[in-house]
Design a protein around this ligand. Structure first.
Ligand code: DOR
Ligand code: ZN
Length: 438
């Protein structure tokens, strides 16, 4: 008998993917036994015990789209506060977007983000590298150097901005193909959205807000699918917001293009009807669209035309949000509410079961981000990296109670289903009952 080490754990009466209850024994971060009536992992006297009676055990969630704001935006979020929010939301890995200050367009910055994430240790932080220098859309950043750095950058994006120039996008996709990395595009034709404030439609007209047409997204996605096909490259489409983009993706996938896509929780749930109060908490890029669009993106996620849910967690300090509509920054918090919104919009209406939730929040994002030890099956020999979920744990969202440094949640005061009770990263409990454990 040896004594307990970090990464030794016994989870009792958990329901993997919502199925039959089992016990899961973990040794040194790896699942060593799954079955009924287990005691501690073999050879361990006093493993930590998580009594999961009736709770649903899922592989830890992977977010392909998180803004952690560090370096340079620490008044809104830091890698520490963002990691805490992620872990409380059931995430075990996040991809940190490069629109920081300085921009993550060099080896130095991506390594800094990666190292800070590892020091904090609550979730695996994978920096996304910028496609172009300074996100300016003109000169390509050194993708190869970032890919080969210690941070092993696997995904590149100018998110917040679109890689607008077709020649720059073409070259980036060619490099991506050679380096075996993914280009994640924020699809927005800036010529069509100049001055835009809200989805172009009846609500924007009534409110007198300049319209943001869905075609600004659709046309870039169509163009990029053609370029990705030619380059044989992996293209990932960020935050799909419109029904017609779904149709473009469906056709491209049928034609064999290497394209994947994400939808955010807010584009699954919210519409431009929320804008009538002019509350900038609902301002986001791409904008909230119509009920027809939410219906289309839900169906696309259920059928795999959209592969994953990614949060686009975009914390903004109060001074950037609590202002008139036109001046407010776009973006909303997402990490701690993602699972609940997915349960509400997809599980409750019968569009996804728990296997499906594991697919869209963990397995597919891990594949797209090429993370070999995330999104793995709950089975012997696999890493003990989990989210433990109470499907009956409805809760009321309070922005001030969230772990993010900012509190710009669009769900303030809403009652949402399902609570993340615990998060486990390679056998280490990183969050339990609403508190993080460093
Ligand atoms: O709403 C958004 N906020 N969309 C983006 O593309 C960027 C993000 C941010 O960085 O705040
Ligand atoms: Zn974006």
């Amino acid at each position: 008998m040896t004594t307990r080490r970090t990464g030794d754990l016994l989870i009792t009466h958990a329901r993997p993917y919502g199925e039959e209850a089992v016990d899961v024994a973990v040794r040194d971060g790896v699942v060593v036994e799954v079955g009924a009536g287990l005691s501690a992992p073999a050879g361990v006297m006093d493993a930590e015990v998580l009594d999961a009676g009736g709770l649903v055990l899922l592989p830890g969630f992977v977010d392909l789209h998180t803004h952690l704001r560090e370096p340079g935006g620490e008044e809104s979020e830091t890698i520490a506060t963002g990691s805490a929010a992620a872990s409380l939301g059931g995430f075990t890995a996040v991809f940190a977007m490069p629109n920081t200050d300085p921009v993550a367009d060099t080896e130095v910055v991506v390594e800094h983000v990666w190292r800070r994430g590892a020091e904090i240790g609550l979730v695996d932080v994978h920096p996304v590298g910028a496609v172009t220098v300074g996100l300016a859309g003109v000169r390509m950043a050194e993708l190869g150097t970032m890919a080969r750095s210690r941070a092993q950058v696997r995904m590149f994006s100018d998110d917040g901005r679109c890689v607008h120039d077709p020649l720059v996008m073409r070259r980036a996709l060619e490099y991506a193909s050679a380096l075996d990395v993914v280009i994640a595009q924020h699809a927005e034709d800036h010529r069509l959205t100049a001055g835009a404030q809200a989805h172009e439609g009846v609500v924007a007209s009534r409110l007198g807000l300049a319209g943001w047409p869905a075609t600004a997204e659709e046309t870039i996605v169509a163009r990029d699918c053609a370029l990705a096909r030619e380059a044989g490259a992996a293209l990932h489409v960020c935050h799909v917001s419109s029904a017609r983009t779904v149709e473009v993706l469906r056709a491209a996938k049928a034609a064999g293009v290497r394209v994947s896509a994400e939808v955010t929780p807010h584009h699954l749930l919210l519409t431009d009807a929320t804008l009538t109060g002019y509350d900038p908490v609902n301002k986001v890029n791409p904008p909230l669209r119509t009920a027809e669009d939410t219906k289309a993106v839900r169906a696309a996620l259920a059928h795999g035309v959209i592969d994953v849910v990614a949060t686009d967690h975009a914390p903004h300090a109060v001074q950037y949000k609590d202002t008139e509509w036109a001046a407010a920054r776009p973006g909303m918090l997402g990490l701690q509410t993602a699972l609940s919104v997915v349960v509400h919009t997809m599980v409750e209406p019968g569009l996804l079961d728990w296997r499906g939730v594991a697919r869209v929040l963990s397995e597919r994002p891990a594949e797209i981000g090429t993370l070999p030890d995330q999104g793995r099956p709950i089975a012997v020999g696999e890493p003990a990296t989990f989210a433990l979920v109470d499907p009956d744990g409805a809760w009321t969202v309070r922005g001030a109670a969230l772990a993010s440094r900012a509190s710009n949640t669009p769900y303030e005061g809403m009652r949402l289903p399902a609570t993340v009770v615990a998060t486990v990263l390679r056998g280490r409990v990183t969050a339990r009952n609403g508190k993080v454990r460093a």
